[in-house]
Write a protein that binds this ligand. Structure first.
Ligand code: ADP
Length: 348
């Protein structure tokens, strides 16, 4: 039982928004559609909701195609970045709107509205006019309104995009609790890696209308499939090397020396691109890999500090915790690493 997207294509005039997107989201899970702007995320959501139709491909829910079902009968709820609340109605009427359209009995409407408003933490806000609410509260109302009809599938299109960072983080955690408690199948669009990783069971990374990689947040973070995914996740140390046999196993000749390649099986032969993970370094000597260079830059980012070290002609980025004591900019520094943790051969 799942949402199954197969080979979706959509072209607007001359722009190819989707070029063969396929993925599956099991019932009860939260999927994040992640990727840079223009990747096709919103178009995909609109096709699932029935606001656009695809040129090719299918959208199936529980084995049945949704494409021939009119939008309001698909059992799909939506939450948008701009809330899209009715400004002339109070909170109760906003949340009750879809239930009244479905001609539910008044008692049931009252009960369901109370339930979802409690769920989003706005139990006492029923009579408030929505225009008097803060952005975060308005988005909670929008979420309650989308949940009230008990949609089979909830679609959220950058719902936290208009809110400040602290509020976004709080709402994100609340949202995760609410969706998990309901076992709500949901698809969440964002360009923010942190949001996707915090919320989702599965991440589908879209690039120019195609799936660049999909998997759990852990799988994607720890094994980015190619240079695009690595760069999107903020890992810029991508270089070329030559794969060589090393005894029984394989190694890679790089501009920085020869290192063993981790993993079982033969890596791609010949010249390959590889990644040095910025989170794979330490300043404590003792590991088999090391890079000596000059500290060129330190940018302090609160929880961590990112440094740029010049090694021969190349610049290497490395991340350290906020408490790690660094030498002065311009001083020599050695980055130590375990090749099996820090070095990954990339496919594309
Ligand atoms: P994302 O949500 O990842 O930013 P979109 O799905 O909004 O990506 O857009 C994907 C591509 O399709 C973009 O190049 C965009 O300009 C184009 N596009 C989306 N909707 C339309 C439309 N209604 N008409 C023409 N082009 C569109």
């Amino acid at each position: 039982m799942s949402l199954l997207i197969t080979d979706l294509h959509k072209t607007f005039d001359t722009t190819s928004a989707l070029r063969g997107v396929t993925f599956e989201l099991p019932e009860g899970q939260i999927g994040a559609l992640l990727g840079p702007s223009g990747g096709g995320k919103s178009t995909l959501l609109e096709i699932i909701a029935g606001l656009q139709s695809p040129d090719r491909g299918d959208v199936r829910w529980q084995g049945r195609s949704l494409l021939t079902i009119p939008p309001h009968r698909r059992g799909v709820g939506m939450v948008f970045q701009d809330y899209a609340l009715f400004p002339h109605m109070n909170v109760f009427d906003n949340v009750a709107f879809g239930l009244r359209m479905a001609h539910l009995p008044p008692d049931e409407i009252r009960q369901r509205v109370s339930e979802v408003l409690d769920l989003v933490g706005l139990g006492n806000f029923k009579r408030r006019n929505v225009t008097t609410l803060s952005g975060g509260e308005q988005q909670r109302v929008a979420l309650a309104r989308a949940l009230a009809p008990r949609p089979a599938l909830l679609l959220l299109d950058e719902p936290l995009g208009a809110l400040d960072r602290a509020l976004r983080e709080r709402l994100l955690v609340d949202l995760r609790h609410i969706l998990r408690a309901l076992r709500q199948t949901a698809l969440y669009v964002t360009h923010d890696q942190e949001e996707a990783f915090t919320l989702a069971d599965r991440v589908i990374l879209l690039r120019e209308g195609q799936v660049a990689q999909q998997g759990s947040p852990h799988e994607i973070y720890h094994a980015p499939a190619d240079a695009f995914v690595a760069r999107f996740l903020g890992m810029e140390n991508i270089f070329e090397g030559q794969v060589i046999p090393q005894g029984e196993a394989w190694g890679i000749r790089t501009p920085f020396g020869v290192f063993p390649i981790p993993g079982v099986g033969a890596p791609p032969a010949g010249r390959v691109r590889f990644l040095l993970r910025p989170d794979g370094f330490t300043l404590t000597p003792g590991s088999p890999g090391s890079l000596e260079g000059v500290l060129r830059e330190v940018s302090f980012r609160g929880m961590r500090q990112r440094v740029v070290v010049q090694v021969d002609g190349e610049h290497i980025q490395a991340d350290f915790g906020a408490r790690v004591v660094l030498p002065a900019v311009g001083a020599r520094i050695t980055l130590w690493f375990w090749p099996q943790e820090a070095l990954q051969v990339l496919v594309g």
